[in-house]
Design a protein around this ligand. Structure first.
Ligand SMILES: *[C@@H]1O[C@H](CO)[C@@H](O)[C@H](O)[C@H]1NC(C)=O
Ligand SMILES: *[C@@H]1O[C@H](CO)[C@@H](O)[C@H](O)[C@H]1NC(C)=O
Ligand SMILES: *[C@@H]1O[C@H](CO)[C@@H](O)[C@H](O)[C@H]1NC(C)=O
Length: 385
């Protein structure tokens, strides 16, 4: 029943000394004065990057922590996901990690506080002192779906609470919303570069930009990393018109002459991914190793792709969601890329791995490849040079 449920839930489903500078909007989105410029908190926030002029990001996609905690196989999946991340972090020693959504499977978490599972998922990165940022996927704040089997003769199982010492409160069925998850992460973690986006984009939450700077001059941007919330879970799977407008204004403001390359992260592929998806295998110009399912795209296109496609500074979009796809294909002047299923949680048994992105300053390039749990590397592609 477990595997079946997981299939069903799917279908409804950055050298350098870098300072991450978050331009966060307060309230309205047009006026320069409305931007509060946050130089991230304390000096500990300054990233001390390798002096060889490169910045490496590991992308952890679709970890799906916390599935079926009441069974034997559920907790083992999480242990396996810990191992995948640890192996890849030790092999690649990235400067930064992006958690690309579906960090947890909330619809499968009979707990009052899903942040406990969220913490588990970020712990391999935190343990190595590597900073990270997270975005939401469609499973992170989904509401608990009571398994019908719990109402048969076998009854409701004695499930394991993530923190049984803290009493009953940690065993509940209340669900944990996006804002709670992000607040808990930010409050407890000085290494977190996640930002709660502007209020007017609610209910979408993970909308923000981080600056990657030159090693010589922290004020000189080398690249911008944009994060967008593609919805799902507590609301439709979409990047709203308001988010598209937010991106347009923000990018035109901080990068008016299109000089600084921009790369974009969100969870659910947009409909444009369907247009470029390779048929039967993977052929040039696409690069990748698995093409095992149809693109499960967002429900609607509300304008973000038009804006991205019209900005020559946008080099690539990275999404997760489809565990059986790991390709990059060109679309207009940019690349649309899938990450690689990293977690043992979630549907599919394709070998686990992580997409790696490397930005090099001189000469400038953005390269990407996939690093597998067994250590081998494949599907290297130059996304910009
Ligand atoms: C830069 O140095 C880091 C570690 O110090 C290493 O992981 C990375 O591969 C190097 N990059 C290049 C392009 O030499
Ligand atoms: C939920 O867990 C997080 C992290 O473990 C903690 O910081 C927070 O206080 C908890 N919230 C509640 C309501 O228990
Ligand atoms: C595309 O960009 C050009 C130049 O920046 C601008 O004039 C044009 O209005 C844009 N088109 C759309 C559809 O945004």
């Amino acid at each position: 029943m477990m595997k079946e449920r997981r299939t069903i839930s799917f279908t409804v489903l950055f050298s350098l000394l870098t300072i991450a500078i978050a331009y966060q909007e307060a309230g309205n989105h047009d006026d320069e004065e409305e931007y509060s410029f946050i130089l991230q908190k304390t000096p500990e926030k300054y990233l001390q990057l390798s002096s060889n002029g490169s910045f490496k990001i590991a992308v952890f996609a679709d970890l799906h922590y916390g599935e079926n905690a009441w069974t034997d196989w559920g907790p083992i999946q999480d242990v396996n996901s810990d191992r995948v991340m640890s192996t890849i972090l030790d092999k690649e020693t990235p400067d930064f990690v992006v958690y690309l959504g579906d960090v947890i499977t909330a619809n499968n978490l009979p707990t009052a506080n899903a942040s406990l599972y969220w913490e588990k998922a970020i712990s391999p990165t935190r343990a190595r002192g590597i900073p990270w940022a997270t975005i939401f996927g469609n499973h992170d704040d989904a509401s608990f779906e009571w398994p019908i089997e719990w109402f048969s003769a076998t009854g409701i199982p004695e499930y394991q609470c993530p923190s049984p010492t803290n009493g009953d409160e940690h065993c509940g069925f209340r669900g944990t919303h996006r804002l709670e998850l992000i607040n808990n992460e930010i409050e407890r973690n000085t290494l977190s570069y996640s930002i709660k986006g502007p209020d007017h984009l609610w209910p979408s939450v993970s909308n923000y930009v981080l600056q990657v700077s030159s090693p010589e001059n922290p004020k000189q941007p080398i690249a911008y990393l944009y994060f967008l919330d593609s919805g799902g879970g507590s609301y439709p799977e979409v990047i709203s018109s308001a988010q598209a407008t937010w991106f347009k204004h923000k990018s035109e403001k901080i990068n008016p002459d299109l000089r600084v390359p921009e790369i974009i992260f969100w969870h659910i592929p947009s409909k444009a991914y369907k247009k470029v998806a390779p048929k039967f295998g993977i052929h040039k110009p696409c690069v990748g190793s698995i093409n095992k399912e149809k693109v499960a795209a967002q429900q609607a296109e509300m304008g973000i792709m038009k804006i991205l496609g019209n900005r020559s500074s946008v080099k690539a979009v990275f999404t997760g969601h489809n565990h059986g796809l790991d390709w990059c294909c060109p679309y207009k002047k940019l690349w649309l890329c899938f990450a690689r299923h990293t977690g043992y949680g979630g549907y599919g048994n394709w070998p686990r791995g992580a997409r790696i992105i490397e930005i090099t300053q001189q000469p400038f390039s953005i390269k990407s490849w996939i690093r597998m749990e067994d250590g081998h590397k494949h599907s290297e592609v130059v996304l910009s040079s």
